[in-house]
Ligand binder design. Structure first.
Ligand code: FES
Length: 112
């Protein structure tokens, strides 16, 4: 699915996309790479779009878990389960995301 023009997603910025369920977060790193992951932290109900982007990691705004945007791996607790990642392609200056067929790792009590 087309997300936006790359020109509209400045480096260091994240975009929450809630037209899919569960919502996803698309990040444009300072190094110019674009990554997409599920927006909801796997620990509790927090939006990773509101977190802090540092290199290829995002830090959750609620309890500071860090996730590697390349793999979804947890780099810092308290989250234990990785975040689902989605394939990103840039075509003709537009950001496209292919939503993963894997089950999302939503936190307890959260459903979409
Ligand atoms: S909600 Fe993300 S670390 Fe707790």
């Amino acid at each position: 699915m087309r997300i936006c023009s790359l020109a509209d997603l400045a480096p260091g910025v994240a975009l929450r996309v809630d037209t899919v369920s569960p919502p996803i977060a698309v990040f444009h790193t300072e190094d110019g790479e674009v990554f997409a992951v599920d927006d909801t932290c796997t620990h509790q109900d927090a939006s990773l779009t509101d977190g802090w982007l540092e290199g290829c990691e995002v830090e959750c705004p609620l309890h500071a878990s860090r996730f590697d945007l390349r793999t979804g791996r947890v780099d810092a607790p308290p989250a234990k389960r990785g975040i689902r990642t989605h394939a990103v392609t840039i075509t003709d200056g537009d950001v496209h995301v292919l939503i993963s067929a894997a089950e999302p790792n939503l936190p307890p009590g959260v459903s979409y």
